[in-house]
Design a protein around this ligand. Structure first.
Ligand code: SF4
Ligand code: SF4
Length: 185
């Protein structure tokens, strides 16, 4: 969300901190201009602390932020662990690009499995979609000829989500406490 010039090329092939993979929402801070962000099209909820959901409506298909000059404080402040490692020269840009590619593929696999289980709501964060599908299949177990295949797909989805979370935790979240906000969704 807040790349230096050296790292911005990586963000432009990533978008994981804006597309609902790493986080479920963006909380506004006192310094943010809520009215301006609303006018720019961000669907800010005024129940509780002002926030808007991810996947972010301002994220373009090219991974550019449509409100970049006016983006919220949380977006300005966030630098993922991977970018920090590149900036500290602990990791090369090429290695980071490979990790981003692999992690995006993992997130896409989770989306495909969610779709296979009937969740096609691409406007919601991945963690929230997974919780919803799992809750539905646990409270209303599938019946009929598709039962076994649905349960197999759920098992595959659960594994894919855990592998994705492992990769995010290992390479992207700068601090373990950020995991909590992603799960809040
Ligand atoms: S997760 Fe990191 S590399 Fe990806 S867009 Fe966000 S800050 Fe950039
Ligand atoms: S406002 Fe911009 S930087 Fe912030 S989450 Fe949305 S796309 Fe990302």
């Amino acid at each position: 969300m807040s790349p230096s010039s050296d790292s911005s090329a990586l963000c432009l092939v990533c978008g994981l901190c804006c597309d609902g993979t790493l986080f479920g929402n963006v909380e506004l801070q006192l310094a943010d201009d809520t009215d301006q962000l609303k006018a720019l099209g961000l669907p800010i909820s005024s129940r509780g602390k002002p926030r808007f959901p991810q996947p972010c409506r301002a994220l373009g298909a090219d991974c550019r932020c449509a409100v970049y000059a006016n983006r919220p404080q949380q977006c300005r402040a966030f630098v993922c662990a991977l970018l920090q490692a590149v900036e500290a020269q602990d990791k090369t840009a090429e290695a980071a690009r490979r990790l981003i590619r692999r992690t995006r593929q993992q997130a896409e696999q989770v989306r495909n499995l969610l779709r296979a289980l009937g969740d096609t709501d691409e406007r919601r964060a991945l963690a929230k979609r997974f919780q919803g599908v799992r809750h539905r299949l646990e409270t209303q177990p599938p019946e009929g000829p598709d039962r076994e295949s649905q349960l197999d797909t759920l098992a595959e989805l659960t594994l894919a989500v855990h592998e994705l979370q492992f990769a995010l935790r290992r390479h992207f979240y700068p601090d373990p406490t950020d995991l909590a906000s992603s799960a809040e969704g």
